[in-house]
Design a protein around this ligand. Sequence first.
Ligand code: FAD
Length: 377
Amino acid sequence: MIRAFDAVIVGGGIVGAACALAFSRQGLRVALVEPGEIGGGATAAAMGHIVVLDDSPAQLALTRYSQLLWRQMAGELPPDVEYTSRGTLWVAADDEEVQEICRKHSVYREKEIPSEVVGGEALRSLEPALRGGLAGGLLVHEDVVVSPQLAAQFLLRQALAGNATLVQQMAVSMQSGTVRLNNGDELHAPFLVNAAGEGAPALTPGLPVAMRKGHLAITHPYPGFLRYQVVELGYLKSAHVTTTDTVAFNVQPRQNGQLLIGSSRQFGVKGREVDDGILTRMFARAAEYLPALPSLSIERTWTGFRSATPDKLPLIGLSAEDETLFLATGHEGLGITTSLATAQLLADSIAGRTPAIPMAPYSPSRKIASIVEAFPA
Ligand SMILES: Cc1cc2nc3c(=O)[nH]c(=O)nc-3n(C[C@H](O)[C@H](O)[C@H](O)COP(=O)(O)OP(=O)(O)OC[C@H]3O[C@@H](n4cnc5c(N)ncnc54)[C@H](O)[C@@H]3O)c2cc1C
């Protein structure tokens, strides 16, 4: 069977679901192809931290733009999405990290992103569970938290209530305006979007993305243990390392008092199983900051894969090889944050509107080192 749409999106994670909603809201008849549970891929594995980061001006622009889109949508989100104004408390362990806190603060101030520098003593009055002797911190007020899979499911439900159709099949190819499905059907459209996460390189060979495995754990509820999402400043350093496995302290309190404990990054590891060695390192790192952490009981642990590009920016825009094919992948550890901006940028491209932020830094045709050079095995 052949069916025609205005746009066909492959992948029902948070990025595909956000695209389906943005396209449907601009009147496009859109099909979303997903064989499994909506948001059941990397999206289900994520912490759901909607966070501004400033590794590069382009990363800052995308994360902040998307955070503001989440905020605009906050009133529509049902309670189960648990949109929570949590704030991020970045923790500096020493004077060198305090300098980085001050740099970050001045960048955020310039971009009108509310944040405040706190000293070591103030840090403990904000979060008494932190150990003494830490050098200071940066409280970023407008970072929020959502429940990522439920957010993706909400976005798709809204799209389906408009002009979208869910096609519960696996795509086997997508090019030149045609998506072929594993049941032999074809979906035709002038615009295709590859938002297939881990499955994206199989559909568009040669994509400069590699998978980065991550572990997370969640405790039983301990209401009041933490107030903010608390992250070591060293998290940023660890997120940049591509040659060894890294762990960093990153703990998020959920609305019911459960604590999500992260995080780890591993390249070149394919299996989905939980690695006890990595978990042990992750917990030990977190306990260096939260001494009472080892007394808490863990309810569940899991892993997921982040799609990483060599320059740490996602691929959003038209493929260089196929004028019908948009890419929406490579969001690494920021795909929940940047899903709404990704969708809006693509909706603007299709409509021929000027986007709110320049798209060139995320263009799939930008000069980008090959994955082998950037991530040597
Ligand atoms: C441990 C961990 C913690 C994270 N924490 C955060 C965080 O706090 N904040 C944040 O912003 N980001 C976070 N991330 C990153 C975030 O999870 C991802 O960037 C985001 O979920 C990517 O969404 P996606 O829709 O591109 O991919 P996915 O959610 O993986 O969705 C892709 C979908 O495509 C489908 N698919 C694949 N191949 C095909 C095919 N051939 N045909 C049809 N469908 C197909 C899959 O079934 C899947 O459902 C974290 C990631 C990990 C691993």
